[in-house]
Design a protein around this ligand. Structure first.
Ligand SMILES: Cc1ncc(C[n+]2csc(CCOP(=O)(O)OP(=O)(O)O)c2C)c(N)n1
Length: 236
C-alpha cells in the first residue's frame, strides 16, 4: 500500500504539458470540504477519482452503479444540492458524459443551486479508446469528441467558468473555483494519452495493447513513449 501510494503521489504531482488528468483529481481531492458530496461519472475519470480523491469520513461519494451509465454526475449533484443545501456538492465528470446532459447546468443556475462541476476535458471518449486497445487489440475508432469550451458554456448559462491547463497553477484555480458562491464549471484540459491502466496488467491485456499499436493506432508513438516514461519514472 505504501509503494502504491508513492506511485500515486508521483503521478499526481507531475508538471507535464499537457497536464496529466491525475493532477486535477489530486488538487481537487486536497481541497474538498470535510462534508463534500462528490458525484463521479463513468469513464476514465472513475479511475482518477478512485485513485486520487481520498474519501473522508464525513463526505459522501457516488458513481453510477453496475450498469455504469454515463452522464449521472451532473444530475446526481443537482439532486444532492437540493437535498443538502448547505453542503459542498461537486460533480467530477468527463467531457463526453457532461455534454450528454449539459443543458441541466442551466437548471442549476435557474434554481440558484451552487453546484461545482469539474470537467476532465480530453476531447475523447477516453474509456472506450483504451478498451478498444487493451481489451480488443484494435486501434482507436470513432472516439473523438468535438472540442467544446465548457467555461464559455457556464457563462452562457449565467454561471461562472474556469479553465485549468497548467499543472503548476491548477491548485490555485481549483481554490478560486470552489470559493465561488454560485454554480460554476471548471474545465481541466488534460493529456488524452495518459493510460488508465490497471494496477496489475495481465499478459492478455499487454498483448492486446501491443497488438492495437501494431495494427495502426494513430497515436502509437506518443502512447508508447508515455507508457515507457511512466515505467522508467517508477524504476528510478
Ligand atoms: C449512457 C452510456 N453510453 C455509453 C456508455 C459506454 N461508455 C462508458 S465510458 C464512455 C466514455 C466516457 O467518456 P468521457 O465522459 O469523456 O470520459 P473519459 O472516459 O474520457 O474520462 C462510454 C461511451 C455508458 N457507460 N453509458
Amino acid at each position: 500500500m505504501e509503494d502504491w501510494s508513492k506511485v500515486m503521489e508521483e503521478r499526481a504531482t507531475r508538471r507535464d504539458v499537457p497536464m496529466k488528468p491525475q493532477v486535477i483529481a489530486h488538487e481537487l481531492g486536497q481541497r474538498l470540504s470535510d462534508h463534500a458530496i462528490v458525484s463521479c461519472d463513468s469513464g476514465t475519470i472513475a479511475t482518477w477519482w478512485a485513485r486520487h480523491i481520498p474519501v473522508k469520513a464525513g463526505q459522501m461519494h457516488s458513481i453510477s452503479g453496475n450498469l455504469a451509465s454515463m452522464a449521472n454526475g451532473l444530475p446526481y449533484t443537482i439532486a444532492a444540492q437540493i437535498a443538502f443545501p448547505h453542503r459542498q456538492c461537486v460533480a467530477f465528470v468527463g467531457d463526453g458524459g457532461f455534454s450528454m446532459l449539459m443543458a441541466e447546468f442551466a437548471t442549476a443556475v435557474k434554481y440558484k443551486l451552487p453546484i461545482k462541476v469539474v470537467i476532465v476535458k480530453n476531447n475523447t471518449l477516453g474509456q472506450i479508446n483504451w478498451e478498444q486497445m487493451v481489451f480488443l487489440g484494435n486501434p482507436e475508432f470513432g472516439v473523438d469528441l468535438h472540442p467544446i469550451d465548457f467555461a464559455a458554456i457556464a457563462r452562457a448559462c449565467g454561471g461562472e467558468g474556469f479553465t485549468a491547463e497548467d499543472a503548476a497553477d491548477c491548485g490555485r484555480v481549483v481554490e478560486e473555483f470552489l470559493q465561488v458562491p454560485g454554480p460554476a464549471i471548471l474545465q481541466a484540459v488534460v493529456d488524452p494519452l495518459e493510460p488508465p491502466l490497471p494496477a496489475k496488467v495481465t499478459a492478455d491485456q499487454a498483448l492486446k495493447f501491443a497488438e492495437s499499436l501494431l495494427r495502426g493506432e494513430p497515436n502509437r508513438t506518443q502512447i508508447a513513449l508515455t507508457t515507457l516514461s511512466d515505467k522508467v519514472r517508477e524504476m528510478v
